[in-house]
Design a binder for this molecule. Sequence first.
Ligand code: ATP
Ligand code: MG
Length: 607
Amino acid sequence: MKTSKFYLSTLREAPSEAVIASHKLMLRAGITRKLGNGLYTYLPLGVRSLYKLEQIIREELDESGALEFKSTVIVPGEIWKESGRWETMGPQMLKAKNRGEQDMVVSPTAEEAYTAIVRDGLDSYKQLPVNLYQINTKYRDEIRPRYGVMRGREFIMMDAYSMHATQESLDETYEEYAKAYHKIFKRLGLKIIPVKADSGAMGGSGSEEFMVESPIGDDTLIICPKCGYAANAEKAACAQDNPPSVKTDAAPEEVATPNVFSIEDMEKFFNASPKTFIKALIYKATNCALDLTKVPGCEKWERVKDPAGDYYPTAFFCVLIRGDLDANEAKLAGLVKASEVELAEPEEVVAMSGASHGFVGPRKVNCPIIADLSIMTAKEDGTFEAQIHDAIAGAGKDGFHVKHIEPGRDFVPYMAADVRLAKEGDKCACCGETFYQKKGNELGHIFKLGQKYTKSMKVTFLAENGKPATPTMGCYGIGVDRTLASIIEANNDDHGIIWPMTVAPFQVCIVPIRYEGAMKEEADKIYEALKAAGIEVLLDDRNERPGVKFADMELIGIPLRITVGDKNLPNVEFKPRSAEKAELVPASEAAKKAEEFVKAELARLNG
Ligand code: ATP
Ligand code: MG
């Protein structure tokens, strides 16, 4: 390709709304152009990289045994009503009516479309599994589209779905996707952090996210540098690390502490480590589905009857945790089966504990106590074992604390469970190494769906035993644009993009200082030789100053540049984009050397 024939559309400055490197560079290099909020068009340069990325995904998924299909983007609202998601998807789903006044959906995802299609042809277990993927347009009316194609409204997703007669068959396909994903991201030169969802127990997970480290990531990851344990901070577990403490027979002793409100105040007043304190926090849970009808103090709480399970619109819990630790609200919400938990309001704290925040004590609360594992653990027989002894806690009346608290003797919890917020510096529960913390961005996920859609959409097949059965499903996704942007995010410098060879729009560029005379002759010769060798080469034949041409080629990130200048002939400059300096090579050897360079890079990434 010659630049004069190509639609190269570079910008010196990025629009001010672009704040991250990939967004700026995609606009500056002429990879994408904004058409509307969250709507980006790919220009010819971008399409070349985009299609290469899609092709890598195709090759690895084909290799893994998945088959490509392609659903329509606009689908009947009918199937979304069947699954129940017509109501539950919320405003991110774009709905429309056709001329016949029928409800339509612009696909935000395709579980319904896949399930409806496969259901209609399914009779026997012999037809299963059905493992299909597509690379297709999705639309989500994201409330805050941002960072360019990282979070667009229209975007491209590889979405795959599998239907199975047995759990073993689903497990097998799930593992195939995990393997294929690792190969895909390796070929793209991306360092992936796989994060299992039920990260408390290693392995045996029903869902896994494939994250890249990124300062703009929406997730915080807790990572073990030794054993590879990685978990979303919302779910991460860590090793218990209580200092030794000795059980006491001393009776609880109230101490007047009029000006002691915070843990730091307690540290000073008692001249003791916060690791010897029990922090008591009153939490309010919304739509709590636990059954607390027999728990003292909760008998009179309002409980709503519901066919899907009775629940408390509002419930309260007293969380006990070691003084230096924080509670993790996501873990707590999961534990108490609530849609949300938050710290209770001051008057609610008083109602539940008889004291203000800071003086709440484990001995006097009107709601169930949840002890973190730093305070107590549960034994198999349903009793609890203290993990901290002779502790200091709030007294349950304002202006007082109490010493010599013994868990089990002075209070009994309703539950003992892990509600601790794991942090950088905590120790790994699997291997004991110290955790570090990173921001992460999700590029893909794999998920065992189970029978959610096959049940609601009434899919059945005749099982091997001749009886009708409901199949189980898996779903798998990769954000294609987000992955492309993440490659740029991980590979750039002050001058522009540094494409990995596997997704570079062109593999080599040739820049003649001026496209005339001997320089033109040599440049053309190298160009023809590279084309003949099957290398994707861009010859910058524009009548522009060399500085302009260099800047453009660096901005668009071609991995190798060959510069043909009359001062250097019969040598030419050979400069990998990622190298500091150019080296001189004989013009006659340049094409061969460039071909070798391209092939070595491809082999390194694809290998
Ligand atoms: P997120 O938490 O980022 O919104 P999600 O959980 O909604 O992602 P999925 O439904 O799992 O996403 O979709 C699969 C993949 O599609 C995601 O891993 C992500 O890479 C990509 N993706 C999702 N939403 C967008 C978007 N608005 N723009 C670009 N890519 C997206
Ligand atoms: Mg989302």
